[in-house]
Design a protein around this ligand. Structure first.
Ligand code: ADP
Length: 441
């Protein structure tokens, strides 16, 4: 206020003062002329500044125009200063809004979920890269086009037409071969937002879970049917011949043991899968673990195989129970899958990565196409052979998990007709060599 009225008063005062002097010195006519001239100059100046302001208002975005504003005097100095300040404030606020907007767009672009913004007619206004990938869109190319013309899956068209979006749509026949869930959400007043999510991993896990349950049920049903059938027979024919009764009882015992082994393996696997690391870490002498395994192998073989052992002195750190279970499975596999007369070699020693526990047999070997799947639960090359030998189909899955928990890995080398080597390789961090060994890898 003060900045405005003082210069105004000062200028008009100066004109009035000049007029008074002219009156006193010359006369009233000259005084009138002087006043008129003074006021004209003042009005001209104001008009000049007014023109500048009017130009600036018409083109407020031409920033250099602000710079063009002449250094104003008097009341205009404060007006121009106010204008410049307001302009700068507005620019700053606009930058902040633009920055916030960009942040939002970047956040939406980085989301793993896809987002498509549709106008009321279903035309694409914007989408993020995940949506481009999920639905096969390209924002640069497809903006302004109907989504129905671009996502051609019949289920998608039907879903959009039905306009009941309470449940998401599951798209399985996508271009990328993935499974995508799609949901429409109301957005702003008339727009709609399409949220897409890649659920391939989840559906695969679901399928694995279903397969697993089906497998377990199937594995249990067969022995249960056998036991049930024999029990019925025993009840219906109490006078059965002792020799036949003995045969039936032996089979029932065998089938019961098979179910027991399956349950034990399932529990072992579930324990290994639910915890992330070995349950009880300790350092132990690896030979104490290997020696009983050799005895077990000999018992299981019943003298049908030649079993050789070569173990060096070394100490391992980890869970002895879990490693014993992994190694025992490898040994029992070699004995069970190698025909009588075969040779089995159990080796424990150094490996370039740390240490290895290796079991080599000269059994039937495994064709290369089976190798990547051997550690899957219930995967067997020959189902009936595996069952005949008392296998549960879970042995190598247990080995894989027990080793993974120790940062160790399983390597399988096999040649059909010649035999196989299963090698558990333990990382150096878990191994302490007691004597130097020159075991070939
Ligand atoms: P199983 O209880 O059937 O032995 P595993 O998970 O231990 O189940 O092994 C899976 C499959 O791998 C076996 O069914 C068998 O076909 C194959 N396999 C495992 N070890 C050997 C081996 N030493 N020689 C030949 N085949 C083997």
């Amino acid at each position: 206020m003060f900045n405005f009225w003082v210069p105004v008063g000062f200028r008009f005062g100066a004109v009035a003062l000049a007029a008074v002097f002219a009156w006193l010195a010359v006369g009233p006519q000259t005084a009138l002329l002087v006043a008129l001239a003074g006021l004209s100059v003042l009005i001209g100046l104001h008009l000049y500044y007014l023109k500048k302001v009017s130009d600036w208002i018409r083109q407020p975005d031409a920033l250099e125009h602000v710079g063009d504003l002449p250094p104003a005097y008097g009341a205009w100095a404060s007006v121009f200063a106010e204008l410049r300040r307001a302009r700068r404030r507005e620019a700053r606020e606009r930058d902040e809004v633009a920055e916030a907007f960009h942040r939002l767009v970047e956040a939406a672009s980085a989301l793993p979920d896809g987002i498509v913004i549709l106008d009321r007619g279903g035309i694409i206004e914007w989408c993020n890269p995940s949506a481009e990938q999920h639905l096969g869109l390209d924002l640069a190319r497809d903006r302004g086009f109907l989504i129905l013309n671009l996502v051609r899956a019949p289920a998608f068209t039907e879903y959009m037409m039905r306009a009941d979006f309470r449940e998401p749509l599951i798209l399985t026949d996508t271009v990328a071969g993935t499974t995508i869930s799609v949901q429409f959400l109301p957005f702003q007043k008339t727009r709609r937002m399409v949220v897409s999510r890649d659920i391939t991993r989840f559906t695969r896990m679901e399928a694995t879970r279903r397969d697993f349950i089906a497998n377990v049920s199937h594995e249990l049903r067969t022995p249960l049917t056998v036991v049930g059938g024999f029990l019925e027979q025993l009840i219906d024919q109490p006078e059965i011949a002792p020799a036949q009764r003995q045969r039936i009882e032996a089979t029932m015992l065998d089938q019961t043991q098979r179910m027991q082994r399956l349950i034990e393996d399932l529990l072992a696997l579930s324990r290994l899968e639910t915890q992330s690391g070995p349950d009880r870490e300790e350092e132990f002498d690896a030979r104490l673990l290997v020696e009983p395994l050799v005895a077990e192998a000999q018992a299981l073989s019943g003298g049908r195989h030649r079993i050789a052992v070569d173990a060096v002195d070394l100490r391992l750190r980890g869970s002895p129970d879990e490693l014993r279970s992994a190694f025992a499975n490898l040994v029992s596999n070699a004995v069970r899958h190698t025909p009588a007369g075969g040779q089995i070699e159990i080796r424990l020693g150094a490996h370039p990565d740390g240490a290895q526990f290796a079991v080599t047999d000269n059994g039937p070997g495994i064709a290369p196409e089976h190798l990547p799947r051997l550690t899957e639960r219930f995967y067997r090359v020959d189902k009936s052979r595996s069952r005949e030998t008392g296998g549960t189909g879970l042995g190598l899955a247990i080995v894989k998990h027990a080793l993974a928990r120790h940062g160790a890995r399983l390597e399988i080398e096999s040649e059909p007709g010649r035999g196989s080597t299963f090698r558990a390789i333990l990382p150096a961090a878990r191994v302490r060599m007691v004597t130097e060994s020159a075991l070939p890898a």
